[in-house]
Design a protein around this ligand. Structure first.
Ligand code: PA5
Length: 478
């Protein structure tokens, strides 16, 4: 399926419970507020479109790269027959999209399936530089039959490069240097960076991280598509779904453009009604990874100190991930009765991929009779409806996004929807949604503390404040 004959978008957004009609004017939005922001949305749409036409906003073009998807499909077909294990090494935007895609579209116990049923290698992720996870991963994989995919846009992220060096040494030890380099594929900038340099020196197969696209928007590039294809995901379907959402989102009309509508609702709820947090709560385990991926996108894109004109604004709405129905037994008490400072975005699946009938309850336990003849998908979906109702009763703004099914096209739709929503929200907050200067500060401090050349003065500065004689350190007396 190519992007040009993509299916129509299928997501539905029900935002009645964000509106004042449902929850009152103190917490809900009015049609007049949406009308008032519609002009700004339309003019920002013109700006974004003009930037795209002039060669910017490159992330929007990723759904069109079906040639890359063909290359990745061919690569994955070979690799799926060849390897028993696959390790993705990358962090943040270099792994969250892949994890979300595979969680949504592969069997949740895929790694436990017998080789002949799994259809491709087992999937492991090394994102955190956690020595215990590294040791456990290297102990469990079959290194001579393992493909390592190191993914970093900058080519130098400390966590990724450290994890890669450890895994590489283990692979070298298991199969020898010559063979090891054939079992590595690097996804990185086509021209720049330390990983690019190493890949060229060692002759690794490489795939590009598209220049001009931030890490958190690369899910529809080789960054997300290689892991997805290795795990059997229909990556052309992903791109087609994203293209369908792009098509639907071409209108400047905020009530008809789902991405702009969500951007406006969240922005207004935050700035006009004090809803400084946004909870994304799918009622499907498969979609939980998407709320994790979105959490990074919303946080890193909007959480900015400076506006585009250089004023301090400290913008952003804190994204929270939750999972229905599990978090009804953990978080909903807080969301319903605690501070009224959140918007809750519920995600429903119209249809689950399996139907599981609830077995006949014992006749002696009459209180369970309500489960008679029901099935699990019906129960979890009614819980989504019940939660929306209960939140609304408590005057908590909530909206529901429904996908009729969970398939590759639907996941592609979510990715594009949330990416465009984020770009428009950045415009409404008046911040640049690209770049992540706050992340860079921590990265640089890590380099300094680890002794990287060129970071000496930052290291001195950091160590100068590290004295252990502070009255504000509570430690056991030694
Ligand atoms: O969105 C981003 O750009 C970041 O979250 C990066 O993805 C993350 O810091 C990892 O960077 P890199 O891909 O350069 O290793």
């Amino acid at each position: 399926m190519s992007a040009s004959n993509s299916p129509a978008s299928r997501l539905t957004i029900d935002y009645r419970n964000v509106m004042a009609d449902a929850i009152g004017e103190e917490h809900g939005l009015t049609p007049a507020q949406l009308d008032a922001i519609a002009g700004k949305v339309a003019s920002e749409h013109e700006r974004i479109t003009a930037e795209h036409d002039a060669g910017g906003q490159k992330w929007m073009d990723l759904p069109d790269d079906t040639a890359l998807a063909d290359r990745i499909t061919a690569f994955a077909e070979r690799a799926r027959g060849q390897y028993r294990d696959y390790i993705l090494i990358g962090i943040g935007g270099s792994s969250l999209g892949a994890i979300a895609t595979i969680q949504a579209l592969a069997n949740p116990y895929r790694n436990l399936l017998p080789d002949e049923q799994r259809g491709g290698p087992r999937f492991f992720v090394l994102d955190n530089p956690d020595p215990e996870k590294m040791r456990a991963t290297l102990d469990i994989v079959d290194l001579p039959n393992t493909l390592i995919n190191v993914v970093t846009k900058s080519g130098q992220t400390a966590e990724t490069m450290a994890n890669f060096l450890v895994a590489l040494e283990a692979l070298d030890g298991a199969v020898g240097k010559e063979q090891a380099r054939k079992q590595i594929v690097a996804t990185t900038d086509p021209k720049e960076g330390l990983l690019r340099q190493l890949a060229d020196e060692e002759g690794y197969e490489t795939f590009p991280v598209p220049p001009g696209v931030d890490g958190r928007q690369t899910v529809l590039s080789a960054v997300g598509m290689i892991p997805a294809a290795l795990c059997g995901v229909d990556i052309h379907g992903l791109l087609a779904g994203a293209a369908a959402m792009r098509e639907r989102s071409k209108t400047p009309d905020l009530r008809r453009n789902p991405a702009y509508l969500l951007a406006a609702l969240n922005y207004l709820a935050d700035t006009e009604r004090g809803k400084a947090m946004l909870v994304t709560m799918p009622y499907a385990d498969a979609l939980f990874g998407i709320s994790d991926w979105f959490r990074q996108l919303w946080a890193e894109s909007l959480g900015k100190r400076l506006s585009v004109s250089g004023e301090e604004v400290f913008a952003g709405q804190t994204p929270i991930k939750a999972l229905g129905a599990i978090d009804q037994h953990s978080q909903i008490q807080l969301y319903t009765e605690g501070p009224n400072d959140k918007v809750i975005s519920i995600i429903r699946a119209g249809e689950y991929r399996n139907q599981v009938a609830i077995a006949e309850p014992p006749a002696s336990i009459g209180e369970l009779a309500y489960l008679r003849g029901a099935e699990l998908g019906q129960l979890i979906d009614r819980e989504a409806l019940a939660t929306a109702w209960a939140l609304t009763q408590a005057r908590r703004p909530n909206y529901t996004i429904t996908t009729p099914v969970i398939d590759a096209a639907a996941v592609g739709e979510f990715f594009f929807l949330y990416e465009l929503q984020t770009v428009m929200a950045g415009a409404l907050y008046g911040v640049d949604p690209f770049g992540q200067p706050g992340v860079e500060a921590g990265k640089n401090a890590t380099y300094a503390l680890m002794g990287r050349t060129g970071y000496e003065s930052l290291r001195d500065e950091l160590l100068a404040g590290a004295g252990a004689d502070s009255p504000y350190i509570a430690a056991p007396k030694g």
